[in-house]
Design a protein around this ligand. Structure first.
Ligand SMILES: [Zn+2]
Length: 872
């Protein structure tokens, strides 16, 4: 480990600078624009060399020109920029010193000199240059009021801890208005916005820059980063463009390396980094990522060596630790990530990015107190830090949540939702804990935190620090689970029980491996375990998946994690989950659950997954091949008699055409459904029934939208065939844990037939999808009453009271009565008082209150705060 006590640079440049108030910006506002000298034609050629990545040639050109034209500042600046790019930091400081004698008033040169001295770890000299810039701008503000200089003043202001909003308004926006064709301000704005994760601002700013300088690789690189969250294909195209313009564009190569690390593609990532280091052998961030890869490959000594090299040339002492920690956290190694951020902050306590990252790491580790405190600090320091601002706002909202605890679970839910189905959440988690920890012999942390958000935005901020991430139902960080409640999911919510089962399975496997597991295996086991628990949960082979597999769309096992990162479509992302679960199923079937557990053990001590797989399967190539055969067989077994081919359906069909078509293409998947749909349109129910029955017979597994169950249920309903409809719906819901309308229709049928036992069973699966509806609770209430089980009415009554009932007085009274039967006298009194508050002359309620007073021998208490039966 790097010894911080012996590090002469422990107190960094930044921390020595302090945050003295700057008066530069207002001064600049008073000044008028100045004219900069026009570049000569050969200067243009040299700049093109720079933009194309030929830094050595560009540098040579500059050196040559400087012999005969040392009075041209542009050549000095170009020389400096080339040297910085190539990591010739010492030479860069010399270039600066030579130039500064001639150009005593240039702040652009001083800014480049400042950068050079930081890399050579001469903070005093670097700081002097900043002070000189301040002095120069204060003395003759008019001289620095053009766009390029104004941007440098803005950057300096930010560096001194100035308000980013002010910089945007007074420096960058102003510069853009004054000189719309100079892109410096657009680039500075985009860089600031990306640092603050404000992608919209970055995109807006870059849109114009790309028009003005389409040949500038930096613009395309920044554009790609701004596009990543919203448009992956465009982001990839922008990266390609940047490299096409400049194959040596270091930020782009570095960014590619980062993405490859995310995909667990460590060899290709290393190759990208080597290309960076070929151009700039002293590139500290590239060395930091080399250290990250070594860490992920469990090569401690190599990691240490790379860390040392990275630190030799970093501009800020804390950066290397910050970069390594950030990347490790992105790989779910929150504990290790947090350790690195702490080291970063030891070296530079003013490193805001490290502080907010540590805050997020701790919140994901369940170390909430310190996590929130750090978010608060950053928010106070930097109002523009979007993540910190979001987190602080979220914490205030979380304060209104209710906390439920049982068996080591700490569940936070919206108060109303906690009353309605909080106990169910605890039941489900306890069941999952029992089943999965035993199965995987996994030690559990002392506490597992589960937070369920009725507002998707809050979920996203808690999970990712930012709004967005639609499509995620739940996320697990190791001992913290975040999930969306059914309230945030419209009419067709997913089965929250399945989601929590899946997420809790992540807790089990992440704990067992110390978070050292590839994404695909983690997802694969979670989806597999959903299916093991309930046949209607998880994912099954579908017609779409069958097609992908048979069209050679399987991703080799060794590259599966990448399939989650940049899927070409939402279907492909879903397929990545499915394929991963299929791999797990294959491993369990062919090598046994014990082997799967051994693989997890290997991972926990840092063995790479592919090495572990090789241990038990012989070779990866063999595994890939055998798995492919297994998956193919599964795909081929799906509805083997059904014709899945793509056939053109009749264009303007009548009955005769359709019948002819049908005879020519019997048992075609799409044909049977379309044929039936045509008859349904004619309201010829019997005609429609035949093809649907055939489809079901051949492909009962199909639960995709518009499946035969759905259509046939309509047909049978029209025909008044209730008995058959019931059987059909029962078969459907057994295969599909998420389908709500089928369950509601089935409930109606059971009720009509007074089949209460089945109603009871069905209600449970409705509540697993949407507990926020009144009908399942009414059903539970009715059933409990019919059986005379008063205590069992407590939960549905409490839930119904949260759903704006028509007669709250009656419900409060009934709840009081039930609570009395359960011996909960205090809660019963509260409820009866509520009943009387709604209806003071409520006779039964008055009588019950008297009875309660006699029973407890206490005087009647005040109504107090409204609360539910669950607070004991
Ligand atoms: Zn998952």
């Amino acid at each position: 480990m790097k010894n911080q006590a012996e590090n002469p640079r422990a107190k960094s440049t930044l921390s020595r600078l302090g945050a003295q108030p700057l008066s530069l910006l207002p001064v600049l506002l008073l000044a008028v624009g100045s004219v900069s000298p026009l570049p000569a034609a050969d200067l243009q050629t040299a700049r093109e060399l720079y933009n194309s990545g030929d830094y050595a040639a560009c540098s040579q050109q500059a050196a040559l020109q400087l012999v005969s034209r040392p009075w041209m500042e542009s050549w000095w600046r170009l020389q400096l920029r080339c040297q910085l790019e190539m990591g010739e930091y010492t030479q860069a400081t010399e270039t600066y010193l030579n130039a500064s004698v001639r150009f005593t008033t240039s702040i652009q040169l001083r800014w480049l000199g400042y950068r050079a001295f930081r890399h050579t770890h001469e903070p005093v000299k670097a700081n002097i240059l900043l002070e000189e810039i301040e002095r120069l701008v204060n003395q003759t503000p008019w001289r620095y009021s053009d766009a390029v200089n104004r941007v440098i003043v803005g950057r300096l202001f930010l560096l001194r801890g100035g308000d980013p909003r002010q910089v945007l308004e007074l420096a960058y926006d102003r510069a853009r208005r004054d000189s719309p064709n100079v892109i410096d301000s657009s680039i500075a704005t985009a860089e600031l916005a990306l640092e603050k994760q404000d992608f919209t601002l970055a995109l807006g700013s870059l849109a114009k820059a790309v028009e003005i300088e389409p040949g500038n690789p930096l613009v395309h690189y920044l554009l790609s980063r701004a596009l990543i969250p919203t448009d992956t294909p465009k982001a990839a195209a922008a990266l390609d463009k940047a490299l096409e313009l400049n194959p040596n564009h270091l930020p782009t190569r570095l960014f590619l390396a980062e993405r490859l690390i995310d995909q667990e593609q460590y060899d290709p990532a290393r190759r990208q980094l080597m290309q960076v280091l070929e151009v700039n052998p002293r590139h500290s961030q590239a060395w930091a990522y080399m250290a990250v890869i070594a860490h992920l490959e469990n090569k401690v000594a190599t990691e240490q060596a790379f860390h040392t090299i990275a630190s030799q040339w970093s501009a800020d002492d804390a950066d290397v630790d910050y970069w390594i920690g950030l990347k490790l956290s992105q790989k779910y190694r929150f504990a290790e990530g947090a350790r690195y951020q702490r080291r970063a902050l030891e070296q530079n306590p003013r490193h805001t990015q490290a502080r907010i990252q540590l805050s997020q790491d701790l919140l994901r580790l369940g170390q909430e107190q310190e996590g929130w405190q750090l978010a608060d600090e950053v928010n106070r320091q930097d109002q523009y830090d979007i993540v910190a601002h979001n987190l602080v706002t979220l914490r205030d909202r979380l304060a209104g949540f209710r906390t439920l605890e049982r068996d080591g679970f700490i569940v936070r839910m919206d108060r109303r939702e906690a009353t309605i189905y909080g106990e169910r959440v605890l039941d489900l988690l306890s069941r999952a804990r029992q089943s999965l920890t035993e199965k995987y012999d996994s030690p559990l942390p002392e506490s597992v935190y589960v937070e369920i958000f009725p507002d998707q935005r809050d979920f996203a901020i808690r999970t990712f620090g930012l709004p967005g991430g639609a499509g995620f139902l739940g996320v697990c960080f190791g001992s913290v689970i975040t999930a969306n409640s059914p309230a945030s999911q419209g009419d067709q919510p997913s089965n929250w029980e399945a989601v929590l089962w899946h997420e809790f399975c992540h807790v089990v496997t992440l704990q067992k491996t110390n978070n050292k597991m590839p994404r695909w295996l983690s997802e694969g086991i979670s989806v597999y375990e959903e299916k093991q628990e309930n046949a209607g949960w998880g994912q099954s082979m579908s017609a779409a998946y069958r097609e992908i597999i048979l069209a050679d769309g399987l991703t080799p096992v060794s590259q599966l994690s990448g399939a989650f990162l940049a899927p070409p479509s939402p279907l492909h992302l879903q397929f990545a989950y499915f394929e991963s679960s299929l791999v797990v199923e294959y491993l369990v079937e062919h090598y046994g659950l014990d082997t799967l557990k051994r693989i997890l053990m290997d991972l926990s001590v840092g063995m790479p997954i592919n090495e572990s797989l090789r241990r038990y399967t012989g070779s990866l190539e063999l595994l890939d091949k055998e798995f492919e055969q297994f998956a193919r067989a599964r795909a081929e077994q799906l509805a083997p008699q059904l014709d899945f081919s793509d056939q053109e359906l009749p264009e303007k069909p009548d009955a005769a055409t359709w019948n002819r078509w049908q005879q020519a293409h019997p048992d075609n998947y799409l044909g049977l459904a379309a044929y039936a749909a045509w008859w349904m349109k004619q309201e010829e129910w019997e005609q429609a029934e035949k093809p649907l029955r055939r489809l079901l017979e051949l492909f009962p597994e199909d639960i995709a939208t518009g499946n035969a169950y759905q259509l046939l249920s309509i047909v049978l309903g029209k025909q008044g065939e209730q008995q058959q409809q019931r059987q059909l719906l029962e078969a459907w819901i057994a295969r599909d844990g998420e389908i709500l309308p089928a369950r509601l229709r089935l409930m109606e049928i059971y009720k009509q037939n007074e089949d209460w036992a089945r109603v009871d069973q069905l209600v449970q699966s409705v509540l697993a999808i949407n507990p926020l509806r009144a009908d399942p609770h009414e059903q539970l209430l009715g059933a409990a009453r019919a059986r005379g089980e008063k205590v069992k009415t407590i939960q549905p009554l409490a839930a119904l009271l949260e759903m704006s009932p028509v007669d709250p007085a009656a419900l409060h009274y009934q709840l009081a009565d039930a609570l009395l039967a359960d011996g909960q006298l205090k809660s019963a009194r509260r409820q009866v008082l509520w009943a009387l508050e709604y209806a003071p002359r409520y006779r039964e309620a008055q009588r019950l209150l008297l009875e309660l007073n006699n029973e407890s021998g206490q005087k009647p208490a005040g109504t107090g705060e409204k609360s539910s039966s669950q607070e004991k």
